[in-house]
Each structure stands twice: as C-alpha cells, then as structure tokens.
Design a binder for this molecule. Structure first.
Ligand SMILES: Cc1cc2nc3c(=O)[nH]c(=O)nc-3n(C[C@H](O)[C@H](O)[C@H](O)COP(=O)(O)OP(=O)(O)OC[C@H]3O[C@@H](n4cnc5c(N)ncnc54)[C@H](O)[C@@H]3O)c2cc1C
Length: 217
C-alpha cells in the first residue's frame, strides 16, 4: 500500500451538492491556504483541492462540490468511510506571510462557492486574525458551516435569493464598501469573479502587492 493512500474517516454532507471529506492526515504538514492533489486510490485522475481543516486538526479535510459530469468530483462523491484516496502535496503559495499574521494587519477574504475552503483553514489555524470574509453564493443555504467564523466577520452575498447577509454578488458588495488601502485582499474561486473583484479593488486604491488570488476554474 502506498504512503500516499489515506483512509476516509468521515463525510459531512452540506447543501448545494457539496460535502467535506475527513481524511487520515498521516502527519502531513501544511500552511493554511495550501492545496493537495486528490483522487480515488489507484485512479489516474486527480484534482487540486484546498485544505479546509486547520493546522491543529487531527484529520485533513477538503470541501468538494460535485460538478455535474465532473470526472473526479463525481468519483469522490461516491466514496464511503474506510475507502482510500491518494493524496499528494501540500502545494501552493496562497498563504499569509507570517509577518502579517500578528501585526494588526486587516484581511479581506473574498470567495465564490467552494473558494471559501482556504479561508476556513486560515481562520481556524491563525487565532486573532482580523478579517472580513465575503462569500459569494447563489442561495443562502450554501453558507457552508458559517457558524465556524467569528460573529460579524462572515458576510454571505446571495445572487438568487434575499436570505443572505447581502443581496447581490460579492462585486456588488465591494462597489459600496469602504476598503482601507492597507487591507490584504485574498480572492479565491472562479476566474470571472476574481478578475472583476480585483479590478474594483484596484480602483479603490489597493496596490497589486496587497492582492492575492487562487483561481479554481
Ligand atoms: C488550486 C486549486 C484548488 C481547488 N480547490 C477546490 C476545492 O477546495 N473544492 C472544490 O470543489 N474544487 C476545488 N478546485 C477545483 C477542482 O480541482 C476541480 O476542478 C473540480 O472538483 C472539478 O473537477 P472534476 O474532475 O469533477 O470536473 P472536470 O471534469 O475537470 O470539469 C471541470 C469543470 O467543472 C467546473 N468546476 C470546477 N470546479 C468547480 C467548483 N469548485 N464549483 C463549481 N464548478 C466547478 C468548471 O466549469 C470546470 O470547467 C480547485 C482547483 C484549483 C486549481
């Protein structure tokens, strides 16, 4: 059996065809914001998934959305506790530099859909982080585990219902928001959202070295 084979310990079902796989960690060290390559054990197809869990958690968690006709997410969807997945990594540089973690810096996290995953890991891993998290979703039911975030810091932006904290896209929220020029902005999710949100943040005076992005698709 390969060292890269890890057992599924548990699965948490979420709304909007999303689920969390709790996977044996086997001592893997990672920085919050990094991702792994994941696939069913023995399968040649793998995809990138951000790590959802904190650096202190026993298990390694990923938040996966089952994509209609998706090659890998559909296979992951069918797994059961006790099955094995192949894990490679961690990879990536979508991380917070240590000097900014505890020096009173403010962070604006902007996610669409499952793009919330690296921010969950950051918030859970780094105590006292001064952040606001904008989560772009279609319906409020996709506010995945919103109770895990500190009160008042999570803002769901719903485009198709008015049950969220803000009615509209994350870009609509940014248009009407004051964003301090020293804010470190991290964006994660689909390309169009990231491009449009970055343009707006630049118009608001955020310098390029304060903009960090992870494009999922
Ligand atoms: C660095 C990185 C980190 C990622 N982290 C995550 C994560 O934490 N959770 C996650 O669910 N996905 C994540 N993704 C996307 C993931 O790697 C796969 O692309 C996704 O699961 C679809 O794979 P698939 O084989 O099922 O679909 P494929 O057969 O490869 O079809 C891909 C199509 O699915 C759509 N798609 C891809 N990802 C999503 C998504 N998340 N939501 C809606 N539609 C999508 C796109 O239209 C894309 O063209 C990440 C991607 C990158 C590059």
């Amino acid at each position: 059996m390969s060292d890269q084979y890890h057992k599924i310990l548990n699965i948490r079902e979420l709304a909007d065809s999303a689920f969390i796989l709790e996977i044996e960690r086997k001592g893997m060290r990672f920085e919050p914001g990094q991702h792994i390559l994941l696939g069913k054990a023995g399968d040649i197809h793998h995809r990138e998934y951000s790590i959802y869990s904190s650096v202190a958690d026993d298990a390694l968690e990923v938040l996966v959305k089952e994509v209609p006709d998706g090659e890998v997410s559909k296979v992951l969807r069918k797994l059961k506790p006790g099955d094995e997945v192949e894990v490679q990594g961690p990879f990536g540089f979508f991380t917070i530099e240590e000097e900014f973690m505890n020096n009173g810096s403010t962070f604006l996290f902007i996610a669409s859909g499952t793009g919330i995953s690296p921010f969950h890991s950051m918030v859970k891993s780094i105590p006292g982080l001064n952040y606001k998290l904008l989560h772009g979703i279609r319906y409020a039911e996709a506010s995945f585990e919103r109770d895990h975030y500190d009160t008042g810091r999570y803002v769901s932006c719903t485009s198709r219902d008015d049950q969220g904290d803000f009615k509209g896209r994350v870009t609509d929220y940014i248009k009407q928001a004051d964003v301090d020029q020293n804010t470190h902005c991290f964006l994660c999710g689909n390309f169009e959202m990231i491009r449009d949100a970055m343009d707006l943040l630049e118009e608001k005076g955020i310098a390029q070295d304060h903009l960090h992005a992870e494009v999922y698709f």
